[in-house]
Design a binder for this molecule. Structure first.
Ligand SMILES: NC(=O)c1ccc[n+]([C@@H]2O[C@H](COP(=O)([O-])OP(=O)(O)OC[C@H]3O[C@@H](n4cnc5c(N)ncnc54)[C@H](O)[C@@H]3O)[C@@H](O)[C@H]2O)c1
Length: 123
């Protein structure tokens, strides 16, 4: 008997060059059952939401990452804005793909490592 595969509810935070590539591939991937997008620039985000036929769009990453459909997240904001969404995703214990670099300074990087380890994930 074939087992039913679990569908992924994917959140993509950051809808620029890389977020667009990730979201468009995700839309075509059969394992993705739900696609939600976030960009602080509403115009950029809404354009991608239309192009990738996203199920949800917001300019607030907390709103997206709290959605019950979301099981995994890609953090594709520009490098100075990774930490906020990254910690919010750790808080929810989501599976994560983070674009490089993890953080732009050692202190932020260490703070992230400490907080994510407390929540049982390894950076
Ligand atoms: N461009 C490349 O070739 C490339 C290749 C590999 C990895 N990366 C990495 O991918 C990441 C994204 O790069 P990019 O070229 O797509 O950048 P980009 O500037 O094209 O896109 C970043 C997007 O993030 C949005 N954003 C910023 N802060 C936000 C926030 N708090 N909440 C929601 N959205 C926010 C911006 O409005 C922008 O649309 C970077 O970390 C970069 O280093 C880039």
């Amino acid at each position: 008997m074939r087992q039913q595969r679990k569908q992924i509810g994917l959140a993509v935070v950051g809808c620029g060059t890389i977020g667009r590539i990730r979201a468009e591939f995700a839309r075509d991937y059969p394992g993705i059952g739900w696609l939600g997008l976030c960009d602080s620039n509403a115009e950029v985000g809404q354009k991608l939401a239309e192009d990738a036929r996203a199920d949800f769009f917001t300019t607030d990453y907390n709103e997206l990452l709290k959605r019950p459909e979301v099981t995994a997240a890609i953090i594709a904001t520009d490098e100075n804005a990774h930490v906020g969404p990254l910690l919010a995703a750790c808080e929810r214990r989501l599976d994560l793909f983070i674009e490089k670099p993890l953080a732009t300074d050692a202190r932020t990087r260490r703070g992230y490592s400490r907080r994510s380890r407390k929540r049982g994930s390894t950076p």
